[in-house]
Write a protein that binds this ligand. Structure first.
Ligand code: FES
Length: 85
């Protein structure tokens, strides 16, 4: 099984751990976190996992690439934290 660990919004250079702290200040409201930080609002690739991480209150999500149509794009995007969309 090939997996990818997603732990940040690459576009905004914000880790899910950082965003969890913001979420705690806003009663776990994911939409507020996105609006306040911009995370998830650029390319949107991190958005499903950002939501999942904040809802589950975990700093990273392990994604099974076998179930992803765009696995190659995900790996390229999230494996290089300095990449841009
Ligand atoms: S990776 Fe989060 S908006 Fe692009």
């Amino acid at each position: 099984m090939s997996v990818l660990i997603i732990d940040r919004c690459v576009c905004r250079q914000r880790t899910f751990a950082e965003l969890l702290q913001v979420a705690l200040e806003w009663d776990g409201d994911v939409d507020c976190v996105m609006l306040l930080t911009g995370a998830g609002l650029q390319c949107g690739r991190c958005r499903p996992w950002l939501r999942q991480a904040l809802q589950q209150r975990v700093p990273e999500i392990v994604v099974d690439l076998a179930g992803q149509r765009d696995a190659t794009v995900l790996v390229a995007h999230f494996s290089n934290p300095s990449s841009t969309p």
